[in-house]
Structure formats: C-alpha cells, structure tokens
Design a protein around this ligand. Structure first.
Ligand SMILES: Cc1cc2nc3c(=O)[nH]c(=O)nc-3n(C[C@H](O)[C@H](O)[C@H](O)COP(=O)(O)OP(=O)(O)OC[C@H]3O[C@@H](n4cnc5c(N)ncnc54)[C@H](O)[C@@H]3O)c2cc1C
Length: 458
C-alpha cells in the first residue's frame, strides 16, 4: 500500500531542502528523497568544493607573487595536495552534513535515502516503498557529459572524480574551455601542474562577448596555461604516460599527451532514470523537463526545479526556483521565472561577474543602445592591489535608459556586479546609479563614471 504524503520532493539540491522546510512549516506532511549525497552538486562536487580549492590556489599564487609587493617569502612555494583536499573535504563535508541534519530535524518531513522513480503521476517508488502525494517536486539536478571515445578504457575525470584528487597531476589536459574547465585549469596551474585547455570553438567561453573571451584567454596564458582552440574532432586514448588527446586543431601539433584528463564539456539532466514516462511528464530533446513560467510541468501537481528544468544552471537559479514555487503555492504571490535577470560568475582570478544581456546580444536585438567600458588599469582599487587585468562594461538602452547588461571581468567583479544588477531590478534609468555616491577606494566607485562616459553602440 502506498504511503500518503501532502508533498514528495525528489532530490536534495538547492531547491528541495528549503522547499521541504516551507511546506512542513505550513503543516504539510513531506517526503524527501536523496539517492546519493545530501546537498547535491553545489555542496559536494560543484560550487562549494571548487571555490574552496580556488582559495587554496589563490593562496599559492599570492605566496609566489609576494615579492612584487615587497614581501619576501623565499624558496620555492610548495603545495601539499593532501592538505588542500582535506580543507576542501572539511568545508564541503560540513555543508553536506548540515543539509542532512537540517532535513532529518524537520518536523513533518520523512527522509528517504534511495533512488526515486515515478510509478504514476501521483506515486513515486523508493526502495521497496511506494509513496503517494498530490504535489510532487522534481529537483534531481544534472551530471557531467562524458562523450563516447574510441578507446573505451581511457582514464578520465569529471568534476566529481576531481574531488578525490589528493596529488598533483603532472599534466592535466582539460577538454572544454568554458566555466568549469577554466576554473579547474587555473586552479591546477597554480597548484603546480602543467595545464592544457582544449576547446572545440574558436574562443573560450563562447557565450560571452569576444572581448571577455580574449581577455580570459590572456589571463590563462599569462599564467602558463596552454590553450588549444578549434579542436574540431576531439578523441582520447590510453598512453604510457597517461592519456593522449587527439585535438586535430588548425594548429601545428594535432595531439596532446597528459598525465590526466578532465572532461568539462557540459552537463545533462538526471531525468533519464526517473520514470517520467510513467507520469507523462514531458521533456525536451535534451532531457530537460518542460515547465511554464511558474515551474509547473505539463502534468498537474508536478513541478520541476533547478538544473533539470533547463531554466538555469546555477545554485542561485535553483534556489530562486524554490522561491518562485513557494511564493505561488504558499503565499499567493505570483512570482515568475521571467521576472529574474540572468546573472552568474566565473570564478577564475580575477573573476567575471555577469548580469543581463551581452553586448553582442544587444547588438543583435537591433535596439538603440549605449555602451561604456573601462579597463581595470584605470580603476584605482585594482591598481593599488596590483591586479589590473580585465575591464568593466555596461550596456544601456538608449530610449528607456534602463541597463540591459554588464560584465565586470576584474578584481572583485563577482561582488561589484551586484551594484549594477540591483539597479536593473528596479527598472529605473541608469542615471539613478550614475548619481550614486560610492565608497572610495572600491571597484564599484567607478561604475557611475563608466555610466557617465557612455557612447552609442555600433
Ligand atoms: C564544478 C562545478 C562548479 C560549479 N560552480 C558553481 C558556482 O560557483 N556557482 C553556481 O551558482 N553554480 C555552480 N555550479 C552549478 C551548481 O552546482 C548547480 O547549478 C546546482 O547545484 C543545481 O542544483 P539543483 O538543485 O538543480 O540540483 P543538484 O544540486 O544537482 O541536486 C540534485 C540531487 O538530486 C539527487 N537525485 C537525482 N536523481 C535522483 C532520484 N531519482 N532520486 C533521488 N535523488 C535523486 C542527486 O543525487 C542530487 O543530490 C557548479 C557546478 C559544477 C559541476
């Protein structure tokens, strides 16, 4: 016989646990299912561990460059990878434990540790049990894409496997020159590995404007990372030294031999083994669950939240999905996905903070626009810190005067972008921000100046 609940949540990523809290606070009886690690990708194999590792890599970089600041450390800087991993495990582990304890301590919530699978539009199996509810929330996230290789035995890492690394790869070959590949690339270069990043496209992070891609490439190459673009037919096979990646670039050397290989070529949703067909829930051709602006699937009473709905691939988009679902279901507050403005960070050093449209998207939209750009060499705080790579750029609608998008690639860019993002949410003219007085010396203090120097976008 099925066990009855008011709500079932499949997955404990960024949306599931807070939703369990809200629903149980509202007096509902909730079942939440997790088949692997509490907290999902961000907590265990994504944001939290990678940003902890980025911090260790930065410490190595600061130590190596300390002499430029008059701080003499002396000798070679060595990185103890076992300690680096232990620190990462501590930070990530405590977050994982926190989510588990939080869920297990919630009133009205039953935690099931196992694979959830739809048996019908209202029932989900887990282990030997069948659970039933009128409301079911899917928060199953995604995993790394591993393309089929001619040599099936070729050893490789994904972001998940990298979490177990407690040694220094001699030469890490990263396939994929986007956000995840770039973060791991700079991190391992700073730990002391030789690093090659192989990218199929003709530039890194192709979704960004060309000036962003080019500057990121300069930042990578300045630290001694090899970047190989136009790798049109990537393949890999075992090699006595580790792995040989066939690049077939339009460049001189067609192969790269490394000690280890990391796949960072994209993510796919965990929707293939969820029994969605038993519930009649529709996906698109890439497996992402189709939802409307309120995150409802085509089946009444079933919602899809987080990476698995293809409406965002970030921790903050998944958490925002929770906010939207909870607002509509519990608060009679008609929040929608289309209310939010795209924003994200690339956590290399210096980081990229992004909000809204790219310059290229604005140009293609055909609207009349203005653009302002300033190199970080002309930002006092960056000069004082000796970190002048990058630039800030803001694009504004010439008619409405609303800010359409911005990129801050530079020191503190991941924080400073919020100064622009928050004004975008107000839908007020950019002049509001242009007239604001900011703290000196900060990166944000130059944002009004950039807005005072806007030129027509051609
Ligand atoms: C290396 C890396 C770095 C990242 N860095 C950032 C960053 O800096 N900032 C950022 O915003 N985002 C970052 N992301 C993306 C971010 O981690 C994800 O967008 C976020 O975790 C999505 O959360 P989610 O709620 O969709 O699901 P997930 O966190 O993926 O959780 C889904 C959970 O569901 C469970 N599950 C799946 N199927 C079932 C089933 N059938 N039954 C039971 N349980 C199931 C899984 O085990 C998992 O625990 C990064 C991702 C990676 C890979």
């Amino acid at each position: 016989m099925a066990k009855k609940f008011d709500a079932i949540i499949i997955g404990t990523g960024q949306a599931g646990p807070p939703l369990a809290g809200r629903l149980s606070d509202a007096g509902m009886k909730v079942a939440i299912l997790e088949r692997k690690l509490f907290g999902g990708t961000c907590v265990n194999t994504g944001c939290i561990p990678t940003k902890t590792l980025v911090a260790s890599a930065r410490a190595a970089h600061v130590a190596r460059t300390a002499g430029e600041y008059g701080v003499m450390i002396g000798g070679d800087i060595e990185v103890d990878m076992k300690k680096v991993k232990a620190r990462k495990d501590e930070v990530s582990g405590s977050s994982n434990k926190g989510v588990e304890e939080w869920l297990k301590g919630m009133k009205n919530v039953t935690v099931y540790e196992g694979q959830g699978r739809f048996e019908s539009p209202r029932t989900v199996s887990v282990g030997n049990e069948i659970l039933e509810a009128d409301r079911i929330f899917i928060n199953v996230g995604g995993r790394a894409v591993v393309p089929p290789m001619e040599d099936e035995d070729v050893p490789y890492f994904t972001n998940t496997g990298m979490m177990g690394v407690d040694f220094l790869p001699e030469h890490l070959v990263i396939v994929g020159g986007s956000y995840i590949g770039l973060e791991f690339g700079q991190m391992y270069r700073r730990f002391g590995s030789r690093v090659t990043i192989i990218e199929r496209g003709d530039r890194l992070i192709k979704r960004e404007d060309e000036d962003v891609s080019d500057t990121v490439r300069e930042i990578m190459e300045k630290e001694g990372i090899d970047v190989r673009l136009n790798a049109h037919c990537i393949n890999a096979k075992k090699h006595p030294d580790g792995v040989e990646v066939i690049v077939d670039c339009d460049q001189e050397d067609p192969n790269v031999t490394g000690s280890h290989m990391l796949w960072a070529v994209g993510r796919i949703p965990n929707t293939d083994d969820l029994g969605l067909e038993n519930a009649g829930v529709e996906t698109n051709d890439r497996g992402y669950i189709n939802t409307d602006d309120l995150l409802r699937t085509n089946v009444e009473g079933i919602w899809a939240l987080g990476d698995c709905n293809g409406k965002g691939a970030f921790t903050h988009t998944s958490y925002n999905d929770f906010d939207i679902a909870a607002a509509n279901i519990l608060d009679d507050d008609p929040r929608r996905v289309s209310d939010r403005i795209l924003t994200y960070g690339l956590f290399i050093d210096p980081p990229l903070g992004r909000a809204g449209m790219t310059e290229d998207q604005v140009r293609k939209s055909g609207r009349k626009a203005l653009v302002g750009k300033r190199p970080m060499t002309r930002v006092g705080r960056a000069v004082e810190k000796g970190e002048t790579d990058g630039f800030m750029k803001i694009v504004v609608d010439a008619d409405t005067e609303e800010i359409l998008g911005a990129a801050i690639l530079g020191v503190e860019g991941d924080e400073a972008i919020h100064c622009i993002l928050d004004v975008m949410y107000t839908k007020k003219p950019y002049k509001v921000l242009q007239r604001a007085m900011h703290i000196h010396p900060t990166v944000c203090e130059l944002i009004p100046t950039v807005l005072g120097e806007l030129k027509p976008l051609v």
